[in-house]
Design a protein around this ligand. Structure first.
Ligand SMILES: Nc1nc(=O)c2c([nH]1)NC[C@@H]1CN(c3ccc(C(=O)N[C@@H](CCC(=O)O)C(=O)O)cc3)CN21
Ligand SMILES: CC(C)C(=O)C(=O)O
Ligand SMILES: [Mg+2]
Length: 268
């Protein structure tokens, strides 16, 4: 048994290049951070989905930078090995690249190893500004929950040729600007697999098929404690398990084995 080391960007890039799947889950506090770390989750996302699962809201837009800082601090205290990514919330990176730097640097000071922002095209300049100054950035493309209203609802992105070409173009722009990671939400599996195959950086998917470099789910969804109807890409990993640790380990094993997601069941 080799000693487990702190997860790093080069290691994540190596996993992507070697076809070793990356397991990621959202996390918002120290107790779960420690449990997910023990279960072998490679990356924890302090997601602005805390709006939905912690705050009982219907949208991620009202989440504040202070909310994100508080939860990032809590998560980082519970982590020994995992790579911590924090979402830049709505209205914390839009007005200028300088504003984005201030928000991102605050998240780094709170313990984030990387920040994630939503959208392509206009964000490239911001991605370059942060990356060149030493903050690793993940670019979230496809369905972007912060701008659900502009997208006309909770919809798959990249279905038609024009929309697919846009995702390809915006991925390329993000990579050229220095993005260290991409995340696709609700993108057709074939499109995500095709881009991932030639991407120089890892591509994490949620509702984007098994062909991505890795997977992420909202923790409360995979533990089946989110009330109401769940998105198609969710699977209940507590089914048949008698502990949270066993459920999370089941997720890690399934992602690593490529047995989750099943495109015909969880994909678009
Ligand atoms: N609990 C939770 N889970 C999430 O995955 C999640 C959040 N919250 N909050 C932020 C965003 C919002 N997300 C969502 C929310 C709803 C759908 C949804 O209703 N999807 C439907 C329709 C898709 C379609 O066919 O166009 C689905 O069946 O998946 C998808 C993603 C993903 N993120
Ligand atoms: C759904 C994932 C990718 C996310 O951004 C979040 O949890 O906030
Ligand atoms: Mg988010």
């Amino acid at each position: 048994m080799t000693e487990r080391k702190l997860m790093t960007l080069p290691r994540l890039a190596q996993m992507h290049a070697g076809g070793e799947k990356i397991a990621m889950l959202t996390c918002y506090d120290a107790a779960f951070a420690s449990l997910l770390d023990e279960a072998g989750v490679d990356m924890l996302l302090v997601g602005d989905s805390l709006a939905n699962v912690l705050q009982g809201r219907g949208s991620t837009a009202p989440v504040s930078l202070d909310d994100m800082l508080y939860h990032t601090t809590c998560v980082r205290r519970g982590v020994k090995y995992a790579f911590v990514v924090a979402d830049l919330p709505f209205d914390s990176y839009h007005v200028s690249k300088e504003e984005a730097w201030k928000s991102a640097a605050a998240l780094v000071k709170a313990g984030a190893h990387m920040v994630k922002l939503e959208g392509g095209g206009w964000t490239a300049e911001t991605v370059r500004f942060l990356s060149e100054r030493g903050i690793p950035v993940c670019v979230h493309l496809g369905f972007t929950p912060q701008t659900v209203t502009s997208l006309g609802g909770f919809k798959v992105q990249g279905r038609d040729e024009v929309s697919a070409a846009r995702i390809r173009r915006e991925s390329q722009q993000a990579i050229e600007a220095g993005a260290a990671m991409l995340l696709y939400e609700m993108v057709p599996a074939a499109l995500a697999a095709d881009i991932t195959a030639t991407s120089p950086v890892p591509v994490i998917g949620i509702g984007a098929g098994v062909g991505c470099s890795g997977q992420v789910l909202v923790l409360h969804d995979m533990l089946n404690i989110t009330p109401g109807r769940k998105p198609r890409f969710v699977k209940d990993f507590m089914a048949g398990k008698d502990s949270v640790l066993a459920g999370v380990k089941g997720y890690v094993d399934a992602v690593r084995a490529g047995s989750f997601p099943v495109d015909a069941v969880h994909g678009f």
